[in-house]
Design a protein around this ligand. Structure first.
Ligand code: BDP
Length: 699
């Protein structure tokens, strides 16, 4: 009886600690002490294989009393159950999983192209066990789509996170290198479970201090924790580091002293971290230093860093996010600055391009640079943190947004040249391929602020591994691993997730509208915002161009001619108001309020209907969630419920602010069958939010 009571107490404790505070993510907590009856056979002993074995031993996954063989292509047991030819084609990080015969009995074998492949294979098997069960024979062959699958943390050295909505940074710089938070391992484990193999630790708006020896030994401590999980460390660097750290008179990339400084720095880094991944650079962008400060080019700057990293196989991820207030409109600038240097970069440079030509808006067409850089490796950068999609207050499942970009046809080499294919190496045969996601992770107990925002970290990892997965499959996997397998829960909640990003587009910026956020914090609406003396390209009016004749930015041949940066047939398609997809209408066309839409509505009415629809969609999400109460633990149920309430209020705020403001130009009534605004425009204009540390940005 006593024993029984102790057991109950332990179970209760277990549930409170790991219960449903969101900390376990989509994983089962690692057991303490217990193992299950699964017999795991491996002839290898690397720390990474050791981790794979402890995961497979986790009784929470209920693998049952079966035998599992695990190892790399050199493991003698693995060589017995797989043929030589199938093992010889296994590249690093890839894996095979197969039901095999072992000593006359059925077993499951996991063969990794290397020990990371074996670890990824174990996570795959565990995922299968949870989502499908292991009833039928398994036969899996997986090869990652991108070689570098990297998170970008916009974490500052003072612990704040730029555009971070899940609390302060995970990295406790002041405690490193001596004190290692247990969350470092948990973080690495979560990444490994979805195939993420790199992490840029610090903000692209980089503090030069990160390259001082004092910080490098802290970085080394993190790299040592992450290594067994296959997670490499990268750093964002400030282009003026030689001057800022060592007082060199210049940081000119063609100066020999500067070149030597970077070479010495690379040597110092690799002595500490032999598998260091490389540098991420934001240069000559939003006021940051760069090669142009010295009359040099992006290629000069990137190549100098690439030469310093080359002896160690390090790479440079050089960002194409550049724009300045000048003669050319913002959406065209990255293309204009980078295309002249196509083919002029070293082979270990990769150009990192945001999904859209402006800036992570709820919807943008893909950046035309993806279709233009044909002799330079390029990589997509997505934003997992919801800077422009309601922070961690709004439920917005982003897989459909990531896929919208990846599946877009650039026509770079004729039809079928999707963004995925021009970046994953399959179209141009590039040696390096990479994909980045700006992390939504902080020290909040549930890591991401909103329990459903975890799905976006998960989806980024899964798509970086395999961009052909559908948003639905990824949502289904995540829900099963995070909540339950019950189909009555899964079907409505999957639908809610799949509709959620479009709902945000509807209540914030439908029909191609963009960047009509409040100055600085990017949370609420301020289409009217006009700060005297501020950069015009940071003002919403620059983007929406509302006037008495219509709404939207003219990027046609008679406007900024932004359309010309797209390959045919897209340039013509976008240029013609009748063929331009309506979701991009106001992106490419200054459109008359009375323009006839495909639905038969005029543009103004259509706009109103989108805003209205967005509000109704969120209300529907609330109903769906409330109905799912008995499938979800109370903690998560209430947390998500209260966030949905915020989202519903915000959706109304957005709708009223945008419609009442645009109505001052359209001078037309909101269609009478739609809900009426509940706010006054003057009151909405008075709202000023103080969004705190997470908006430590330049604008
Ligand atoms: C914008 C953010 C700003 C970032 C910048 C970037 O508002 O905080 O520094 O992008 O990506 O979206 O460099």
């Amino acid at each position: 009886m006593k024993k029984f009571t102790i057991l109950i107490c332990l179970l209760a404790l277990f549930t409170v600690a790991y219960g449903e505070d969101g900390s376990r993510l989509w994983l089962q907590p690692l057991p303490y002490g217990q193992t299950n009856s699964t017999s795991i056979i491996s002839g290898e002993k690397s720390p990474t294989i050791g981790l794979a074995i402890s995961e497979l031993n986790n009784p929470a996954y209920q693998l049952g009393s079966r035998t599992i063989l695990i190892g790399t292509t050199t493991d003698k047991n693995i060589r017995k159950v797989f043929s030589k030819s199938e093992l010889s084609t296994l590249s690093p990080e890839s894996y095979l999983i197969r039901t095999v015969q072992w000593n006359g009995k059925e077993a499951i074998a996991i063969a990794g192209g290397d020990d990371k492949g074996a670890l990824y294979g174990s996570y795959h098997l565990l995922r299968l066990a949870v989502t499908n069960g292991l009833g039928s024979p398994v036969s899996v062959r997986e090869v990652p789509a991108y070689k570098v699958r990297v998170l970008n943390h916009w974490d500052n050295l003072d612990g704040s996170v730029e555009r971070g909505y899940a609390g302060y940074s995970l990295w406790k710089w002041e405690d490193l290198p001596n004190t290692l938070s247990p969350r470092y391992k948990e973080y690495a484990r979560a990444n490994a479970s979805i195939g993420i193999n790199g992490t840029v630790l610090n903000n692209v708006n980089a503090d030069p201090l990160i390259l001082t020896h004092e910080y490098l030994i802290k970085v080394k401590a993190l790299a040592d924790v992450f290594r067994p999980y296959g997670l490499k460390v990268y750093l964002s660097v400030n282009f003026s580091s030689p001057t800022a750290i060592s007082g060199l008179p210049t940081s000119d990339p063609l100066d020999e002293g500067v070149q030597r400084w970077w070479k010495d720095k690379a040597k110092e880094i690799y002595a500490l971290i032999p598998d260091f991944g490389g540098f991420l650079v934001k240069a000559n962008s939003e006021g940051l230093p760069g090669p142009q400060d010295f009359g040099r080019t992006h290629a000069d700057g990137a190549n100098m860093l690439a030469d310093a990293l080359q002896p160690y196989n390090g790479i440079v991820m050089w960002r194409a996010f550049v724009y300045n207030p000048g003669n050319e409109e913002r959406a065209k600038q990255a293309y204009l600055e980078f295309t002249p240097f196509d083919g002029k970069f070293r082979s270990n440079v990769i150009i990192q391009i945001k999904n859209g030509p402006i800036d992570f808006q709820p919807r943008e067409p893909f950046s035309p640079l993806f279709g233009a850089m044909k002799q330079t490796p390029i990589m997509p950068e997505f934003q997992i943190t919801q800077e422009y999609l309601g922070f961690s207050n709004h439920l917005a499942y982003l897989a459909p947004m990531f896929k919208e970009c990846l599946d877009s046809d650039t026509y770079a080499q004729g039809e079928g040249s999707t963004v995925a294919k021009v970046t994953d190496g399959s179209l141009y045969g590039n040696k390096i391929s990479a994909i980045a996601g700006v992390a939504n992770i902080g020290e909040d107990t549930n890591w991401c602020g909103h329990d459903f925002a975890q799905a976006n970290w998960y989806a980024f990892g899964r798509l970086a591994w395999n961009h052909q997965l559908t948003s639905e499959v990824i949502a289904d996997e995540w829900l099963k691993m995070t909540f339950t397998n019950d189909p009555e829960f899964l079907s409505p909640i999957t639908k809610m997730m799949l509709d959620s990003r479009e709902a945000v587009v509807n209540y914030m910026m439908p029909l191609g509208l963009n960047h009509i956020f409040a100055f600085d914090h990017h949370y609420g609406p301020e289409p009217w915002c006009d700060v005297p003396g501020a950069r015009p390209d940071w003002m919403p009016t620059y983007y929406h161009r509302a006037d008495s004749t219509g709404l939207g930015f003219d990027r046609t041949t008679s406007g900024s001619n932004g359309v010309s940066q797209y390959n045919q047939p897209l340039a013509d398609l976008y240029n013609n108001i009748d063929t331009c997809p309506e979701e991009y209408l106001l992106w490419f066309h200054h459109t008359a309020w009375n323009h006839q839409m495909k639905s038969g509505n005029i543009m103004w009415d259509e706009l109103c209907r989108h805003y209205d629809k967005g509000v109704l969609q969120v209300r529907e999400f609330q109903k769906i969630w409330d109905r799912s109460e008995h499938f979800v633990d109370t903690d998560r149920f209430h947390r998500v419920q209260s966030k949905l309430r915020i989202q519903a209020r915000d959706a109304v705020w957005w709708r009223d602010a945008c419609l009442l403001y645009f109505q001052t130009f359209s001078k037309q009534p909101i269609p009478y069958d739609l809900e009426r605004p509940v706010h006054d425009l003057d009151d909405l204009k008075k709202i000023k939010l103080n969004m705190g540390h997470n908006n430590k940005a330049k604008k």
